[in-house]
Write a protein that binds this ligand. Sequence first.
Ligand code: AMP
Ligand code: MG
Length: 320
Amino acid sequence: MSIISTDISKAVALLNAEALVAIPTETVYGLAGNIFSEKAIASIFETKKRPFFNPLIVHIPSVDTLATVVSYIPEKAKRLADAFWPGPLTLVLPKSSRIPDIITAGKDTVAVRIPNHPMALKLLQALDFPLAAPSANPFGSISPTTAQHVNDYFKADIKMVLDGGPCQRGIESTIIGFDGEEPIIYRLGSTSIEAIENVVGSIKIKNKKEIAPDAPGMLERHYAPSTRTVLTEDISEAIAIHRDKRIGVLAFQNLTQHDAVKFQIVLSEANDLQEAASKLYDALHQLDKQNLDIIIAERFPDFGLGKSINDRLQRATVRA
Ligand code: AMP
Ligand code: MG
C-alpha cells in the first residue's frame, strides 16, 4: 500500500500519536512532527540523518500562536509577519521557555513561520501543537517538491506522505534573524530581498562564515545531486570543455543543440523566475537519474528569485 495519501484526518491521528508525517508546503515538502514530543523530534533527526547542531523551523497556524513560541517580537518582525504570512518567510526570534532545546539546538532563539499551503494550514489548525518540519529529504540531498520525491527517499521509513501536489514556490523559505531591532537575512529563499526591502528598508545579508554551522542550508555543499554538477555563465563554452562526456544541461530559457547533450531541461521558456524556482529541484532530481557524467547548470540573473536560485545551484555544485 502506498504511503502517499490526501487524508488529513489520518495525518492528524499519526501526529497526535507522536509519529512523523511528510507534509506539503508552498516551499518544499517537510518531515513534520510535534515540537513537544521528544520521540517525534528524535525521529526527525534520525530519519533525515540530520546533525543535532541544526535547529528546526517551527510551523504555526496563525499569527495569534506566535506569542506562544517566542518571548519578544521586534517591530520590524511584526511588519514582516503582516506582509508575508502565511508565506515563505521564516523569522528567528527570542524563544519562549516552552520551546524544547532540541528544536533550537540549544540556542535562545527559535525559527518560526506560517506555511502558505491549504492542506498544511488545515492540518496545523486541527492540532494543538506546532510542527517542526525540516525538508523531507536525507540531509544534504536535493529537497523534495512532490509527494513522489519524498516516497522515493524514505519508502517504508515513514508512515505517510500527505499529498498536496507539486510545491508552488519550490525553494525553501527566506530566513530572517534580528540583531536587536534590525533584521538580517540568514538564508536566501522564496521571498526575494527586493520584496523584503519594500517592507523594512535596506537589509544586510549575514555572511556565510558568521552563520555556519548553525544553518545547514548555509553549508557549502547542500541541495546536491550525486552527479557532478558545474555552474556556468556560458553553456556552449562549458559544453566545449566537456564534449567527450555524457552531458546534461539545466538552462533558464533556451534549448541547446549539441551531440554531447544527452538530456536537458529548460526551467522557464517564458523567462519567469518563479516558474524556474518551482521546477528547479524536480529538474535536478530528473537529471540525477539519467546516468550522466556531468550536469551543466546555467547561472541565473542576479536579482529577485534569480539570486536564491543561484545560491542553491552554487551549493549543488560543491563536491563532497
Ligand atoms: P530547513 O532545514 O529548511 O527547515 O531550515 C532550517 C534552518 O533554519 C536551519 O538550517 C537554520 O539555518 C535556520 N534556523 C533555525 N533555527 C534557527 C535559529 N534559532 N537561529 C538561526 N538559524 C536558525
Ligand atoms: Mg533542508
